[in-house]
Write a protein that binds this ligand. Sequence first.
Ligand code: IMP
Ligand code: MG
Length: 505
Amino acid sequence: MDEKWQVLIPESRLKERVKQLAEEISAEYKGKELTIVAILSGSLIFLGDLVKSLAVDVRTQVIKAASYGNGMRPQGEVTLETPANTGRPYGRGEIDVAGKEVLILDDIVDTGRTLEAVQKFLRNLGPKSLKTCALLSKPARRKVAVKIDFLGFEIEDKFVVGYGLDYAGKYRNLPFIAALEKESNVGRGESSVSSDGGPPEPARPSRGFTARGLYGQGRRPARAGALRPGTADGRRRTLLPLLIVLALLSFCGCAKDEERKLRLATTTSVENSGLLDAFLPEFERKFAVKVQVTAVGTGRALELARAGDSDVVIVHAPGAEQDFLKKGFGINRETICYNYFLILGPPSDPAGAEDAKTAQEAFLKIAESNALFISRGDNSGTHTREKKIWQTAGIKPEGHWYLETGQAMGPSLLIADEKRAYTLSDRATYLSYKNKLELVPHYSSPDEILYNPYSIIATNPAKHSGINYKDTLTLINWLTSEEGQRLITEYLLDKQVLFYPYEDS
Ligand code: IMP
Ligand code: MG
């Protein structure tokens, strides 16, 4: 097999940027002891160079992640090879992050799944803080939203090797980052998996390597200038467009302050839970903007934005969001908070869902019992997730035991309660309705499949005229700032946290 590579980031730029990153990290952890957990194997050279330049006390640990992009497992599933799941003994100090200031180090963030899986695994072990650092990021390939606190470079969608990154075990030793392309026209799924378990292959389906370069048909030259250095704080990346837009708006003298209105479409769980009241009044006061809220299901909220009838959305259906972004209707997506879906049922738990080890097993037990299951059946974020759980459990939910309400979460909860049925609910709506319900959570473990992130997305102002993009960016930046994140976490109902801040995750 023939592969060709072309330098994308020369050694000198790598060195310079890694040194800057070390300075940014040292400033962040000044006076503290830092624990770096490096994801094997691609990040090892990066780790070595980075720690040499750090000016804080640092300990290092490693974790191995494997993902199976094709073959026997579902696409994108990430397995972490830890002593806990391989049975091998713990090495000294390995995966010991409880109470520590932890920084996850990765070579490259592609779909984001590896980083997300490692984050979740470590978060459950109780670190004092948990941040992320990656040398490279390919935002165009992202499938899940992950925040990179310290980023070396953003690159285009190219398969890259060198400086620790491999293709089929090769090229780790190159002292620079190179874009790799095979000479043959092998399609995406056909070639081997990188030894890190990364994406299966480097080649584009139809673009062969040409003598003139690797970009498209060789028209654009490869140059390091095409790269954007990352910033210490992911937030600053959204600040830059904000500043540009602010400058432009003040230049053309539009949008008088006192008239500003921002149209927010959001999901009923966000509205019903009272979360909006926790931060919107403060936002409106601080930035002198009036926010008009429309609370609908995620699907409908995205439709409003797509039609230009909403400036910004806060929603919770990652699949639909990705599609929305891919089609260019939305930009600047940031996850602001998360919680986990709950499986609720009558207190007597006739299906024995309480004993299940996974969400799928709980669903299986419900399906096998005589108990009723209430589905929203409305293509909302919650309904989409419910269908995914049935599907991964290998069950086709139909029959006398399965009822669809076609209604929002609140009414569906009341119906389930009345019928003493099981149902899936987001945490926030359940806690808001708790006092009216006899239903109780029977399965509330933080399973991957129950993970429920809420994201804010700006309507693409290039698609419609009259979109208030300026205030949308202000809202995004503010909600992801320390103040916005604090208001979200501090919002309690019956002394319970409804939404966890994404900032810490
Ligand atoms: P994920 O898709 O973000 O989960 O990335 C999984 C892993 O695939 C990364 O940590 C890398 O080890 C590997 N990977 C992704 N893109 C590339 C690439 O362009 N070159 C080499 N390895 C890659
Ligand atoms: Mg990696």
